[in-house]
Design a protein around this ligand. Structure first.
Ligand code: GLN
Length: 181
């Protein structure tokens, strides 16, 4: 798409760090729709599933029917981006062919900041009780790694990261996502 064409980007706003994603999307010149029920998905061009608490988030998704809506929209080609708990959710819904271990970085390292190798460039990686990717199927592209562990991967138009680019001032990961929109 033309980078200047504004789109409505849906941001799941049931729980977690959705406001920070909204700031980033607005900074990049797009409109934001906070998604809390099925009606809110009308007219969105893409969707972001933020970090938070994946068990709670999944319960709320099921209660609202947004889980099935998400699956259908992704099957119809809608780009979707999940960060942290969002990564767990998208893997559990079978929207990306990876396996993740929740909170697998261990208590000492539960929250940390480190340099991520994002397509050969350094990116500031903020990890908060992050899931660790333990398996990546063929067809899943690894876009960023820390110590050989994938931390940002993509399959078709589904992008997931175990860290929080929305908590930085660096918009490169969001820009990368929006290229699919
Ligand atoms: N630890 C959380 C979970 O398992 C994810 C943490 C986050 O999204 N920052 O759901």
């Amino acid at each position: 798409m033309n980078a200047k064409t504004p789109r409505i980007i849906g941001i799941l706003a049931l729980q977690g760090s959705f406001k920070e994603h909204a700031d980033m999307i607005r900074k990049l010149g797009h409109d934001v729709r906070f998604v809390r029920n099925l009606e809110d998905t009308e007219g969105i061009s893409a969707c972001i599933v933020p970090g938070g608490e994946s068990t709670t988030l999944m319960k709320l998704l099921k209660k609202t029917g947004l889980d099935e809506c998400m699956k259908k929209s992704v099957a119809d080609g809608m780009p979707i981006f999940g960060t942290c708990a969002g990564m767990i959710i998208l893997a559990e819904l079978g929207l990306i062919d990876i396996e993740v271990d929740r909170n697998a970085y261990g208590p000492q390292l539960s929250s940390f900041e480190t340099k991520v190798d994002f397509r050969g460039e350094d990116f500031p990686g903020i990890f908060i009780r992050a899931p660790k990717v333990s398996k990546v199927a063929g067809g899943v592209e690894v876009l960023a790694k820390v110590d050989e562990v994938p931390v940002l991967v993509q399959q078709n138009k589904v992008l997931v990261g175990s860290f929080h680019p929305e908590l930085t001032k660096d918009s490169r990961v969001h820009e990368f996502f929006l290229r699919n929109v």
